[in-house]
Design a protein around this ligand. Structure first.
Ligand code: MLT
Length: 206
């Protein structure tokens, strides 16, 4: 069994692509959900999209939570490492550029992406975190110099309060990441502005 056998996933190769977007769905989503978003954000990137393995009343997620907004930290750590190993395996199997993996995560997918950035920074060049919040406080501050993060939050988000999103931005900045944080006049749902801003940000990411 190889590392990529551990997840159900979609891989969409693109000939001569320089970058791979690691596409991570929200609670109740699956590996197909955000492929169109990934494609809109960058038509030239390969797409790697796993399905979260934790089931909450049948709804796939990337880690366990005790209730909304309260995460099982031990599980966050375990699952972030498992996902990092999966990505490293997919990079090897498909001959991808390991230094150009950029996560695109929505909600629970954004939270596992930032957990991976904090715990296994070697896996990611950067991350687009759509409606992300603090996934955990790592025991030791990682060195995120050279990493870039785009965080897009909703001012009226009933699931992620703006203060928590601000704390995530600060945590990543303090660790050395180059962070762009936008606060939009919206709720938890994605808007056209999220997509346009993220696409613009990605187009400038070398
Ligand atoms: C989470 O559990 O990761 C966040 O509350 C977002 C969600 O999936 O609802």
């Amino acid at each position: 069994m190889t590392a990529t056998d551990t997840f159900i996933y979609r891989f969409v190769p693109v000939e001569n692509s320089k970058r791979t977007l690691l596409v991570l769905h929200g609670t109740g989503g699956n590996e197909d959900d955000l492929l169109p978003v990934g494609r809109m954000l960058d038509p030239e990137s390969a797409l790697l999209s796993p399905r979260g393995k934790v089931l909450e009343n049948g709804a796939p997620r990337f880690f366990r939570r005790l209730r909304e907004g309260v995460f099982d930290e031990e599980d966050v750590i375990r699952r972030a490492n498992e996902l990092a190993d999966f990505v490293a395996g997919a990079v090897k199997e498909n001959g991808l550029n390991a230094s150009q993996i950029v996560a695109i995560g929505y909600s629970n997918g954004a939270n596992i992406a930032s957990a991976m950035m904090l715990l296994r920074p070697e896996i990611l060049r950067g991350a687009v975190l759509l409606r992300g919040q603090v996934p955990l406080v790592p025991e030791k501050v990682p060195d995120l110099a050279g990493k870039s993060v785009f965080l897009s939050s909703g001012k009226f988000d009933p699931i992620v309060d703006a203060e928590n999103a601000g704390q995530l931005a600060e945590m990543l900045k303090k660790a050395g990441a180059d962070v762009t944080h936008k606060l939009l006049p919206s709720g938890h749902e994605l808007t056209r502005v999220d997509i346009d801003d993220a696409r613009e940000w990605l187009s400038r990411l070398a």
